[in-house]
Design a protein around this ligand. Structure first.
Ligand SMILES: [Zn+2]
Length: 553
């Protein structure tokens, strides 16, 4: 019998780190049916790969597509990179569970996307939300973590205090429900409200629930700059005391850290040497494009623009806000360090509809022109533009990106989300090169142009390693019987069209973002989703659920 499909005469990169080999790969009913020497297999449809590489579809363990995938179920920016599975619910942010009276706080966490018609907020439990994801079809496979922030908002809103014993119990029940529904573990975002209000012990209690179901703990730790080492140590402690694996999220030291990445990775190595299962993910972009309001003190960030403008227009409160940023007593969002440390040459204005002359210039340059202190320029841009003022914050040293890439316990993630160059997700185009170019960018810049990684090692960090981390043992490797999530790429042609390397000169070459080049075919569960420049419209992705533990009598 012929297989449904044969990918013939490719260079097979198996996902495990082994050297590539020439082969044919047969796909039947969504699975890899056979792998054999090149030009030996027969199928109803045969695609001659002409020596291009075929690898498992990429698995992105750190994304924020929770709501955007509901707007774009084709997962455009993601699947065109060769990503076939995403993990959502990261950094403490999942859009479920919801307790009705706290829905407004939940919606505020997600910003303007929460007002889109596709986001009905009709779900309440975590299981309801997974059902909504599943029912409308998905181009890629999705696995989800339960966000600690969601649990806390459901029980106590955004209150800055310890939960009562009863509230702690309620959070545990909600997490248990999420785990039964298929969550892969718990995530925290300990620099964002409400995660930053939680004690270590609160997280340990919750992680014990996730541990009973075989879940893991994924953490955006409590500060990735001045306090990075204490924060990584806390994550490791939580895993040790709760008895579950730890995934430290996007763990590059940010500007202001007292060390380079070797120091935080040493803590990971030491934990592993003691027998504790700790791994790390990271993306390879050195900048981020948030709203300027995103680097204000946490209590201010989410307030309506008019309220923020009123505060910043009053000389006394402007001075107090400046002091709070400079003192930065609770290590906040990474880019805020550039304000704290006066790194104004590292902040370039990307968007400011009411201050057109500012675009493409650094805060330092604007300050010189206007003969103002940079802090006042920064605040004035917020007064003039509200949440619509956005900057490119260059806050990571690329040396740390390389150190992380080279470490065997670090996998590649995007920290991006499903975007598309059309519709709401492009209105206006967010600065998010990681959402369009992460995986091709690694292959282009750190494998082909500069040999930081062997090809096979880079692919391992994008496939079998992240799949193994989340218990997806039938994905991430090319073996007969595995799910046929596949990507075919041409390493010579691969090109990320979304990343501009600093220093930024305007107009940016790769912005607005475009899809990468050189990703020629992407199959999800055996179905073709990307063929060259074309998305087929197919939605063959699966909603993945962590299997409940098998109890042996
Ligand atoms: Zn994060």
């Amino acid at each position: 019998m012929d297989a449904d499909l044969v990918l013939s005469n490719g260079r097979v990169v198996d996902g495990c780190g082994n050297p590539w080999y020439w082969g044919d790969l047969a796909v039947d009913r969504g699975h890899i049916a056979a792998i054999a020497p090149a030009r030996t297999l027969r199928g109803e449809q045969v695609i001659d790969l002409e020596g291009r590489f075929v690898a498992p579809g990429f698995v992105d363990v750190h994304t924020h597509s929770d709501l955007s995938i509901l707007i774009n179920r084709r997962a455009e920016s993601v699947v065109r990179q060769g990503v076939t599975t995403e993990v959502i619910g990261n950094c403490g942010m999942s859009p479920a569970p919801i307790e009705g009276t706290h829905l407004p706080e939940m919606q505020a966490q997600w910003g303007s996307i929460s007002e889109q018609p596709e986001i009905t907020w009709a779900w309440r439990s975590f299981g309801d939300y997974l059902g909504v994801l599943e029912d409308g079809g998905l181009a890629i496979n999705i696995a989800s973590l339960a966000g600690h922030g969601a649990l806390r908002i459901a029980v106590m809103g955004l209150e800055e205090r310890e939960p009562t014993a009863a509230q702690m119990g309620q959070m545990e029940v909600l997490l248990e429900e999420a785990m039964v529904a298929g969550a892969f573990g718990l995530s925290t975002g300990l620099v964002y409200p409400p995660g930053c209000f939680a004690s270590t012990l609160e997280i340990i209690h919750l992680c014990r629930v996730a541990a009973r179901f075989g879940g893991l703990y994924a953490s955006h730790v409590r500060g990735e700059r001045e306090t990075i080492l204490e924060a990584v140590a806390e994550a490791i402690q939580i895993g040790r005391e709760a008895g579950l694996p730890v995934q430290i999220s996007h763990n590059a030291p940010k500007y202001g850290a007292p060390c380079d990445a070797r120091a935080n990775l040493r803590l990971v190595d030491e934990a592993r040497a003691r027998g504790q299962d700790v791994t790390v993910d990271n993306d390879v972009h050195t900048d981020l494009g948030p709203a300027l309001t995103g680097a204000l003190p946490q209590a201010l960030q989410e307030r309506p623009a008019a309220e923020i403008a009123a505060l910043l227009s009053d000389a006394g409160s402007r001075q107090r806000i400046r002091q709070e940023i400079e003192l930065d007593q609770r290590p906040a969002f990474g880019p805020a360090s550039l304000l704290k440390h006066g790194q104004w040459q590292r902040i370039t204005v990307l968007r400011a509809p009411a201050s057109g002359d500012a675009i493409g210039r650094t805060i330092e340059e604007i300050a010189q022109d206007r003969s103002q202190v940079p802090f006042d320029v920064y605040f004035d841009l917020i007064v003039e533009n509200g949440h619509k003022a956005e900057g490119i914050f260059h806050y990571i040293d690329e040396r740390n990106i390389r150190l992380l890439l080279e470490h065997p316990a670090v996998m590649v993630c995007s920290d991006g989300q499903v975007l598309a160059p059309y519709g709401f997700l492009n209105d206006p185009p967010p600065y998010s090169p990681c959402s369009y170019g992460e995986f091709p960018g690694v292959l282009e810049r750190y494998v082909r142009d500069e040999p930081v990684l062997r090809l096979e090692e880079a692919i391992r960090k994008m496939t079998s390693f992240p799949a193994q981390r989340f218990g997806l043992l039938d994905r991430g490797m090319l073996r007969p019987g595995a799910r046929a999530d596949l990507v075919v790429f041409d390493l010579d042609r691969i090109r990320d069209r979304a990343t501009d390397l600093p220093p930024h000169t305007f107009p940016l070459e790769n912005y607005p973002h475009r899809y990468p080049e050189g990703i020629d075919y992407v199959f999800v569960n055996g179905t073709l989703v990307v063929e060259g420049e074309r998305h087929t419209g197919a939605l063959p992705g699966q909603l993945l659920r962590l299997p409940l533990p098998v109890v042996t009598a």
